[in-house]
Write a protein that binds this ligand. Structure first.
Ligand SMILES: [Zn+2]
Length: 338
């Protein structure tokens, strides 16, 4: 078994410390011309954690983990993670390549497959296959091989590809069981759930069922998740977090939906209600891309950086990476995956 001792946060801590020192130097040296090196270091981009990165050849054909690390490096993305399409072991080559750069989430593929095949028998925990998936998941979480669960497609009826859409109750026996596992093993769940009223009520019941289990709402509820709804739910549910993939300005075939999804205007200026929400609840938001096109990836990261630049520095740091570090215990090495 390959064991790697890593200190991934050290560089970050040093970086932040250097930033503080350089910041002070600039403040005290205003009368003198600023040395070029300081200005350069001061504009060092914030390290980002991308919480909507799906690994593997089904998303990134012909790209190795090393190729993807280069894309991440160019974009200043320090960490990236979510669940693969297919089995959990798709993560293996990524974790071997860079165990301190990826955030592996588990059970996305197996749960999705069983719900498509078995429907209610799976989400009501009536089939032996779903029980086996949950046992395997618990083994993996107990061993620390994965940091979270998902992305689970609880309600993605609004997604562009109707062939892959799913809907089941957010407070189903399956989801309640997963939330208990999330609580026991500090493994947040990534949920894709269009914020339609019925699903939102179910989600609220689920969140109340175990406050120690954390839920990261992918895409902040898709185009139904407006700032008012997200503000209300975040205020009521301390275990709810929001991840901002697809709330960017990438091109879409439906211009109305694009407008509703975007948290900015076309000039990337934050809408006032979203700016207030991100500032006031900066401990609850995370960045995500959910794009497997190298060219588009950089553009989405540029969008997030434009958003972060409009926030107070402490809010920007939390959303950029500090929340992800806290939620996923980034800095602790991940044992080799089976
Ligand atoms: Zn999604």
């Amino acid at each position: 078994m390959k064991r790697t001792v890593i200190m991934p946060t050290l560089a970050l801590v040093v970086g932040i410390a250097a930033g503080i020192i350089i910041g002070n130097q600039v403040a005290t040296a205003q009368q003198q011309p600023a040395p070029a090196k300081s200005v350069e270091a001061q504009s060092e981009p914030l390290p980002l954690a991308d919480l909507h990165f799906h690994p593997g050849p089904r998303f990134w054909p012909n790209l190795s983990p090393q190729d993807i690390l280069l894309i991440m490096d160019r974009a200043g993305v320090r960490w990236a993670g979510n669940g693969p399409a297919g089995p959990d072991n798709v993560w293996m080559p990524f974790l071997q390549a860079a165990p301190d750069r990826f955030i592996p989430l588990a059970a996305r593929g197996p749960i999705r497959r069983l719900i498509l095949e078995q429907g209610e028998d799976a989400w009501a925990l009536r089939s032996p296959e779903i029980i086996r998936v949950l046992e395997q998941l618990e083994d993996n979480l107990r061993a620390g091989r994965f940091r979270g669960i998902g992305e689970l497609h609880v309600n993605n009826l609004g997604s562009p590809n109707p062939i892959f859409t799913l809907k089941y109750p957010a407070d189903s026996p399956l989801m309640r069981r997963l939330l208990d596992l999330a609580a026991t093993y500090q493994a947040p769940i990534s949920i894709h759930m269009d914020a339609e009223p019925g699903s939102v009520e179910e989600l609220e019941r689920l969140l109340a069922n175990n406050r120690k289990g954390l839920i990261i709402w992918a895409h902040c509820g898709w185009s139904w998740g407006d700032a008012g709804l997200i503000r209300k739910l975040i205020a009521q549910h301390p275990n709810l977090f929001c991840e901002l993939s697809h709330r960017d300005d990438r091109p879409r075939s439906n211009p109305e939906e694009r407008k509703k999804l975007m948290i900015t205007d076309d000039g990337r200026q934050l809408k006032p209600d979203w700016k207030a929400l991100l500032e006031e609840h900066s401990d609850r938001f995370l960045i995500g891309t959910d794009s497997a096109k190298p060219g588009e990836y950089q553009g989405i990261i540029d969008f997030h950086r434009a958003v972060l630049a409009q926030l107070k520095p402490e809010a920007a740091r939390r959303i950029a990476h500090e929340n992800a570090q806290r939620l996923f215990r980034l800095g602790e090495p991940i044992p080799a995956t089976k």
